[in-house]
Design a protein. Sequence first.
Length: 248
Amino acid sequence: MNRQTHRYRGLMLLAAPLLASSVALTPAFAAQGRTAGAEAARAPMAPSCELTPGSGGGSPGGNMRYDLHLSGFAPNQSVRVEGKSSFRATVDGAGSLDRQGVRYGTYGVSYRESGSQQGKHVSCVTPPRGEKPGSGTGNVQVTKVEVLTLTKSGSTVDCTKPPKLEFDGKITGTGQGKVRYFWTYASSADPISSGTAEFTPGTTSVSLFKVVEGSVMANTKTVSAFVTLHVPDFNMTARSENVQVTCQ
């Protein structure tokens, strides 16, 4: 065996461990690739914040409370919530935080990511005041319905045209939102008008002024009538006193 053959074998012996090492590392590199892909698939959601109507509904006086929901933050992230009910807090290990009983308004969350000197801010999603998602009535509990007769009985009126009779309806309740109502005239069950009473923060009752035209009968000197206020969603009604006026 010549000198050149010995040199070739020597190089092959030196290269063998390197080749073996390269083959052994290939699965490790593949595993790292799979791990990186899995981590990318599990990338955390972007931080978000939402205000929702509280499950407890309205409190006496119509001051409805809301719940604040934070999610997508880094685990145990310190945050500052700014708005009608400002406070500092720390999200849980899943990056979430629920705070109940906050006041309605516009909110935002300030925080600082780990290792960063620059603060970040997330604006909270705010629903329409007093309304639940998917509901047009909000969260109102009607407690009383009544009607007052404003036109005094015995008043003298001009009956050459239908006299106008005035009434004042009142719906009392707690919470915020809208309540449907309609009016009926005398003993008829047909609505003469309808609408919604809106309860805003601090509102405990809504007044509904109503004017109707009295029917003038031939050969009579008096006109009498009454109205009824209906709140169908709560199966409540209220009838006014019968008002009677005299034609001059």
